[in-house]
Design a protein around this ligand. Structure first.
Ligand SMILES: Cc1cc2nc3c(=O)[nH]c(=O)nc-3n(C[C@H](O)[C@H](O)[C@H](O)COP(=O)(O)OP(=O)(O)OC[C@H]3O[C@@H](n4cnc5c(N)ncnc54)[C@H](O)[C@@H]3O)c2cc1C
Length: 403
């Protein structure tokens, strides 16, 4: 039998990247996305290391450069909006990277690159799976049924299809944080600098400019309880507003924006640690398999590298079980490195007491001081994760048929 038909669930970053490469190697690909259209929310992400190498192989360099958010660096500010420290994007300590792009723009670019060669179906999801020796029989929530050779789950951290396929759920390492993203109107205090403010009570606000004349906000707060789950939009808004109301800085502006938004992403910050990434004809990729959280700053690398390697291993012409195993062997050491969080995260970076915030602000001042910036510029090159993961050239091995 030849493996030909692959179903991918999830059309964010991982799904379309995987679809591109599978189509490139001759597979017939269907992508099913639960939302009724692409979900384009979120903040800036940086395309660097393996993600940049893969984007180049896909011919997306110009599209990504053209969508640059224009952010020039990050400022840490106090409650009176005075800058404590600033890190321009050239600085090794800056969060702003050379190729900064809105997450939604990257999703759109990947979709545009694949939509003519891949069958996309929006507003649907897998409701039931039945695996036999030769195929997977898939039933969808819409009532549609179809047989596929393989199913690759790229549904992100809260994947439902993962539950249908795997007898045991993965481990979730909750980082005692919740995070929310929303797009807000630009205000007089916004500029091409991102601003980071630590409010007392373990709340961090980050406001970043986008390339559409608006501002992308993230609100992250510390909480030891995993109490907020399966909330409606109205409930999510209430949790957020209760948490930030009365904190100083621009919290009142954010409360108003939360009240009026329809585009709110709210979730707990957890890492996904799955003991295995495949079972039978089903494999996991991206956040569904190994979410490292936005705090690790490696979500795009892991998404695109996992997709590239999984497609490449499937193209080699071994059995799908061997391909899944090879994908896991190549990716797992890199995932483990990416999931290691810097010391002090989250407790020191999200302090709950005024004293903790004061101490952290002193650290920002020190790091932002001229001599320290100069020294870090000399000694700490921005990490280049491309060097930490080999991306084989699978074109040499593709074209074989599956057993
Ligand atoms: C709306 C949104 C905003 C985000 N904003 C940021 C951000 O600002 N910063 C950041 O670092 N990371 C953000 N992320 C997470 C980031 O995209 C991922 O960490 C990373 O890029 C890996 O992506 P992924 O494709 O594996 O998973 P995700 O990006 O989580 O995408 C999963 C996709 O699968 C879809 N899906 C879910 N369940 C099903 C189902 N049962 N059937 C079919 N489709 C399903 C979802 O609608 C989504 O489109 C955001 C994710 C989303 C969905």
């Amino acid at each position: 039998m030849k493996i030909k038909k692959v179903l991918i669930t999830g059309a964010s970053i991982t799904g379309p990247t995987l679809a591109y490469w599978l189509h490139h190697y001759g597979f017939a690909v269907t992508v099913v996305e639960r939302a009724s259209k692409l979900r384009l929310g979120g903040q800036n992400i940086d395309v660097k290391g393996p993600a940049w190498a893969i984007a180049q192989k896909m011919g997306l360099e110009e599209n990504i450069r053209a969508a640059n958010t224009t952010e020039i660096g990050i400022r840490f500010v106090n409650g009176r909006n005075q800058t404590l420290a600033e890190f321009p994007k050239e600085n090794a300590l800056s969060m702003t990277q050379e190729l900064e792009i809105l997450r939604g723009d990257l999703v759109q670019i990947l979709y545009e690159r694949t939509k003519n060669n891949v069958c996309y179906r929006f507003g649907d999801s897998v409701s039931n799976l039945m695996e036999s020796e030769n195929h997977l029989a898939v039933n969808f929530a819409s009532g549609h049924s179809e047989d596929f050779d393989l199913l690759i789950v790229a549904e992100g951290i809260g994947s439902h299809t993962r539950q249908l396929a795997f007898s045991h759920p993965p481990n979730f390492k909750f980082l005692n944080l919740y995070t929310a993203y929303l797009t807000i109107s630009k205000a007089a205090t916004d500029s091409r600098w991102a601003r980071w403010y630590n409010a007392p009570g373990g709340v961090v606000f980050i406001l970043r400019p986008d390339n559409y004349g608006e501002t992308r906000a993230s609100i992250t707060f510390f909480s030891r309880d995993e109490q907020y789950r399966d909330l409606t939009l109205a409930e999510q808004k209430k949790v957020l507003i209760d948490r930030i109301k009365g904190t100083d800085w621009e919290s009142e502006r954010l409360v108003k924006e939360i009240e009026r938004t329809t585009d709110l992403y709210f979730d707990k910050v957890s890492q996904v640690k799955a003991s295995r990434w495949s079972t039978g004809r089903v494999a996991l990729v991206g956040d569904a398999a190994y979410c490292a959280t936005p705090i690790a700053g490696k979500g795009t690398d892991l998404a695109m590298a996992g997709a590239y390697i999984l497609a490449g291993e499937l193209s080699r012409g071994n059995t799908y079980a061997e391909a899944f195993q090879a994908y896991e062997q190549r990716m797992r050491p890199y995932v483990e490195k990416c999931q290691k969080l810097p010391p002090g995260v989250p407790s020191l970076v999200y302090p709950t007491s005024r004293l903790g915030v004061g101490l952290l602000n002193s650290v920002y001042r020190l790091l932002g001081s001229g001599p320290v910036q100069w020294t870090t510029g000399l000694f700490s090159q921005k990490k280049n994760p491309e060097m930490e993961l080999e991306l084989p050239d699978y074109n040499q091995s593709s074209g074989s048929e599956y057993l």
